[in-house]
Structures are given as C-alpha cells and as structure tokens.
Design a protein around this ligand. Structure first.
Ligand SMILES: Cc1cc2nc3c(=O)[nH]c(=O)nc-3n(C[C@H](O)[C@H](O)[C@H](O)COP(=O)(O)OP(=O)(O)OC[C@H]3O[C@@H](n4cnc5c(N)ncnc54)[C@H](O)[C@@H]3O)c2cc1C
Length: 345
C-alpha cells in the first residue's frame, strides 16, 4: 500500500524505533506527529546499554543465534545514520573475559558461527543510548515532526482516538509502543508479543578501557556510567527494582572485577518485548492503516535504522528489502485469517 507523500502519520511511541522512524518519515516529507505519554527516555530505549552488537547477541542470546546476517546488515546502516546525527559510535569492541573453560566454550560458539575465536570481537560497537534518543528527537523535530505527551487509544483511517478523549485526523498509525499495547486492540498481531523485564546497574566506577567486557552471565559496558547488565525476566512487565533478581548479576560482575563497588549502584529497569522468533514485527497490520514496528527484543537500538528504512519503504510503496519476510508483521497469524483477508481484497 503506497501512501501519498505529505500524508499524516501518527507514531505511537517515542522509543528508539518510533523516534528513528519519525525522523526518517519527516525527512521523507510526511507530516509526522509522535504521541507518547511518558517522559522522554522513560522507556527501554533510555535504559538500554546501547550496544550495536550482532556477534555478541548471536553468541549469548539463543533467540538471536540464527539472525547474525540480518543483525550485521542493521549494524552496517549505523555509520551513515550516526554521522548524519552527530552520534558517536564507540568501536572498541567486546572483550571476552572469565575462566578458561568459559572462554573455551565461547571460542567454540564463535567457530560454530563461522567466526575466528578471538578474545576481542572488534565488529561489535556501542553508543550512549539516552543521549542518542534525545538527539533523534531533536533531529526529528528539526525535520518537522511534532511530539505530544499523550497516549493513543484506538485508530481507524482518518480517526485517531487519544486516551484523553480527543479524536484527530491521521491517515496511518505507526505502532512503536514497545511493551505498551499487547492486547491486540490497536493491531491483532501484538498478541504475539511477550515482555522481558530487564534490570541494569549503573555506577560511576570505571572498568578499564573503552571495550565492553562480556563474562559469564554479565556484561560491563563503559560509558558516561558503567552499565552492568542485564537481567532477562521473561513474562514480566513491571518496573520495580528487585534485589533478588540482580543478585546473580552482582555476583557475576564481582567474579570479573572483585573490587567493583556496586553497593551504591543505581538500578534501572526497562521492559523489552519479543516475538517467538526474536525478530520484531515490521510492516502492515491486518488492522487498516496500521503499520507495526514493535518487538525488537534486546536489539532495538541495533535495529532502529533498519526498521526506520523499512517503515519508509512500506509507506512509499518501495521494496522493504531483504529482511522484510523475516520481520513480516503478520507471520504469526493463523494462515486462515491471511487467506480470508486476501479473498476479501
Ligand atoms: C536493560 C536493557 C538493556 C538493553 N540493552 C540494549 C543494547 O545494548 N542494545 C540494543 O540494541 N538494545 C538493548 N535493549 C533493548 C532495547 O532497549 C529495546 O529493544 C528498544 O528500546 C525497543 O525500542 P522501542 O522503541 O520498540 O520501545 P520502547 O523503548 O519501549 O518505547 C516504547 C514507547 O511507547 C510508549 N507507549 C506505549 N504505549 C503507548 C500508547 N498507547 N500511546 C503512545 N505511546 C505509547 C511508551 O511510553 C514508550 O516510551 C536493552 C533493553 C533493556 C531493558
């Protein structure tokens, strides 16, 4: 479905996916308004460690093991994307640390992926997530997008209803609500999403050089503050810090850095959201006029420029590229409902 240039696009959600898409669409000449009731950065995108790490994710997240090529393509969009925004990419890589047995296992997993068993993964990068989100918003605003602190309630082409009761005229709704709209009311495909609560510790201690360190059950990501992450609590979407869940994380960090002072560390909580295959839903929903960009699991930052490009392609009626089928927004639907839709077209 091609949408006319200048069409009114409502984006629900100002996380990495919604903000990157808003920027891309505003630059392409669409009339873009981003709705999000939360304070800026008060979402998974603001909490994230900012790693752009296809190899580490393929190594350490079983759901991402089969997506290395796709994640590398996403990473390769970052240099041009970051340069156009003045975002710094830290290319110090990811160093594997820990017992000999653990490093041996990781080396074997690297070889299984067809990669050299080096102890530093040079092709994994990092950005500062929260400042990057601010930069994206400022750039989107400069390109003409508006941001409003309001929540989206429902949508039909021509009528966007907000939670405050107002109804506004929009042609398309881009749903980039992270874990926020999973009951299927805005788009039936969102019922395939599962939340994964993530707790991350932040401390002003230094960990050494600029490389991210990966150990068994933990990473140490340097930056404005050292990030020690992160828990993976499947099925949970509450934002309360929970010391029992971070105990293992602290122990794993101390195994690498016995002197690390984590007693005063801040605990930040974000909720990722995943599909059964670990890739997001990107593309047209069965709900008329609704486009999806949700479910980026642990890789919302890594995937943001790719998802933004794909969203623009869907709206312009262009080819959304080699990753469209893998991320198809309707791939978890019962085949009968897709056939019924096609029969009615
Ligand atoms: C601890 C932790 C560490 C992470 N580290 C990394 C990392 O190193 N690298 C990486 O790539 N990814 C990382 N991630 C994952 C990444 O943060 C997510 O994949 C990404 O933030 C998802 O972005 P999003 O825009 O889809 O959603 P979110 O950032 O969750 O934003 C969704 C927004 O939608 C808004 N919203 C919800 N409902 C509505 C509604 N009805 N109307 C309007 N707005 C609504 C919410 O208020 C929210 O602001 C990490 C996540 C966590 C929790």
């Amino acid at each position: 479905m091609k949408v006319q240039t200048g069409a009114r696009i409502a984006v629900a959600g100002a996380g990495a996916l919604g903000s990157a898409a808003a920027l891309r669409l505003a630059r392409a000449g669409f009339s873009v308004t981003v709705f999000d009731p939360a304070p800026a950065g008060d979402n998974a995108s603001g909490v994230a460690a900012g790693m752009l790490a296809p190899v580490s994710e393929a190594l350490f997240d079983p759901a991402s093991r089969d997506h290395l090529d796709l994640m590398r393509r996403a990473r390769d969009l970052w240099p041009a994307f970051a340069e156009s925004l003045g975002i710094e990419i830290v290319r110090a890589g990811v160093r594997i640390e820990g017992s000999e047995a653990w490093r041996g296992q990781v080396g074997q997993r690297l070889r299984d992926l067809g990669l050299p068993a080096d102890e530093t993964i040079r092709e994994d990068w990092r950005i500062e997530a929260r400042p990057a989100l601010e930069t994206l918003r400022a750039a989107a605003e400069a390109a003409g997008a508006r941001f409003e602190a309001r929540a989206v309630e429902s949508f039909a082409p021509g009528a966007l209803r907000l939670v405050d009761g107002a109804v506004e005229v929009f042609d398309v709704l881009l749903l980039a609500t992270g874990p926020g709209a999973r009951d299927g009311r805005l788009a039936p495909e969102t019922t395939a999403l599962t939340p994964i609560k993530g707790q991350i510790l932040r401390t002003d201690a230094t960990a050494g050089d600029a490389a991210v360190v990966r150990g068994e059950g933990v990473y140490l990501a340097p930056g404005e503050m050292l990030a020690v992450g992160a828990t993976m609590e499947a099925g949970r979407d509450d934002l309360s810090p929970d010391a029992s869940a971070t105990k293992a994380l602290r122990a794993a960090a101390w195994a690498l850095r016995p002197d690390l002072d984590l007693d005063q560390a801040e605990v930040e909580v974000g909720v990722r959201v995943t599909t059964p295959d670990g890739l997001p839903l990107v593309g047209w929903s069965a709900a008329p006029g609704v486009l999806l960009a949700v479910g980026a699991r642990r890789n919302g930052w890594l995937l943001a420029p790719l998802v933004a490009e794909m969203v623009a392609a869907y709206l312009n009626g262009d080819n959304p590229g080699p990753d469209a089928a893998a991320m198809d927004a309707r791939r978890f639907e019962e085949p009968e409902s897709q056939e019924a839709d096609r029969a009615g077209e």
